[in-house]
Design a protein around this ligand. Structure first.
Ligand SMILES: Nc1ncnc2c1ncn2[C@@H]1O[C@H](COP(=O)(O)OP(=O)(O)OP(=O)(O)O)[C@@H](O)[C@H]1O
Length: 270
């Protein structure tokens, strides 16, 4: 479904991405992880065609990404960007309805309204429908933006969903709800590509992880393949312990404390 082949991207003299390749299949959640500045958002922007000048190839559904019209793309591909750029005083309900723009010409149909309502209910924000979006808290805004994105692909049979740090600003419950919702879309046959900073969320939800370091792939594969003490040390310069998740078949990451000072375990602190 998403096939990224040997892509490189540079701005002026600086190579931001260098020879990156990976594939993501329908029904799969792929997480992109890496330190600040590693190139995660740049990679996502290339996959969503927000950035266009690169070398290599990106295919969606076996077709080069640049052969799709914007309209065609919007019918099966949705993007939750990192930055929230809403400045006008839109109502929450209006904003979510914007997710339906690709599906109607001039006026939304009854079905468009119904889908916007279902999407808002899905993220637990229906009671905020008549609030002005910019008056919501950061986490509430993020959930409404997710509803807008879900509304766009609600009745699409198979597509691709890109999420750039979707859990930012969300409390613990809503971080998991966000990724559960994304997981539901994989069950429908969608491919979900998500940038995550939290390696434990990536380990729990992703089928595949792409770990970037300075614009190159450090590791790609299952969470167990990619999340190791050695890769985390190389990519984040952090010593960690890995333990088993008590219920799920995946590792969990625990940073070692005080490693920047004297490397003493926390239990030895006086
Ligand atoms: N337009 C630009 N001009 C110059 N440098 C840029 C530009 N866009 C991105 N960069 C640089 O490219 C590198 C990768 O940026 P990118 O936003 O992809 O990183 P990231 O892995 O998403 O980081 P973060 O985790 O902090 O969001 C960074 O060093 C950034 O400063």
């Amino acid at each position: 479904m998403l096939d990224v082949r040997n892509i490189s991207y540079r701005i002026r003299n600086r190579k931001l991405l260098d020879g990156v390749s990976f594939q993501a299949k329908p029904g799969e959640m792929l997480a992109i992880v890496g330190a600040n500045g590693a190139g995660k958002s740049t990679l996502l922007k290339l996959c969503t065609r927000e950035l266009i000048k690169f070398t290599g190839e990106i295919q969606l559904f076996n077709k080069q990404i640049n052969t799709y019209s914007d309209k065609d793309l919007s019918l099966f591909r949705a993007v939750l960007p990192q930055q929230n750029s809403v400045v006008f005083p839109f109502l929450v309900s209006e904003l979510v309805l914007m997710g339906r723009y690709p599906h109607f010409e001039f006026h939304p149909s009854e079905q468009d309204y119904a889908i916007a309502e279902m999407a808002l209910k899905k993220v637990g924000m229906w009671e905020f429908a008549s609030r002005i979006f910019t008056t919501l808290s950061g986490g509430e805004q993020q959930r409404v933006q997710l509803a807008r994105v879900l509304a766009q692909i609600w009745d699409v049979e198979q597509g691709i969903l890109f999420l750039d740090e979707p859990t930012t600003g969300l409390d613990l419950l809503h971080q998991h709800q966000m990724l559960e919702l994304a997981h539901e879309f994989t069950q429908k046959g969608f491919c979900v590509v998500v940038i995550l900073h939290d390696l434990n969320l990536a380990a729990q939800y992703a089928d595949q992880i792409v770990m970037l370091r300075a614009g190159q792939i450090e590791a790609v594969g299952t969470p167990r393949d990619v999340i190791t003490e050695a890769t985390i040390k190389r990519v984040f310069n952090l010593n960690v312990w890995l333990i088993e998740h008590p219920e799920m078949d995946c590792p969990m990451v625990i940073p070692q404390h005080r490693q920047f000072t004297d490397n003493q375990p926390l239990t030895n602190r006086k």
